[in-house]
Write a protein that binds this ligand. Structure first.
Ligand SMILES: [Zn+2]
Length: 86
């Protein structure tokens, strides 16, 4: 039973590590100031489809100088198209 817990923890931390790792690899460029780390687990709503999701799992998009988060690439491009930004 305790073994299972330990495995669970290992998988969880491994997963987190991979996620933060992937994020930092993807976000090259100097605008880290747009993403405060303390809000990593904030639940936010997709402005396109209305789905709630964790900010860290969202897709970032820039609309009129404002950073918005979407649940998927598809929603981001739909939203940008709707607002005449592509
Ligand atoms: Zn969406």
């Amino acid at each position: 039973m305790i073994r299972l817990l330990i495995y669970g923890f290992l998988i969880y931390f491994g997963y987190r590590l991979v996620r933060t790792w992937g994020k930092s690899l993807m976000s090259t460029g100097g605008d880290a100031g747009d993403m405060p780390k303390s809000q990593d687990t904030e639940l936010i709503q997709d402005p396109q489809c209305g789905t709630y999701f964790l900010r860290q799992q969202g897709v970032q998009g820039r609309v009129h100088g404002q950073v918005l988060y979407f649940c998927s690439e598809g929603c981001r491009s739909d939203y940008l198209r709707k607002h005449g930004i592509s």
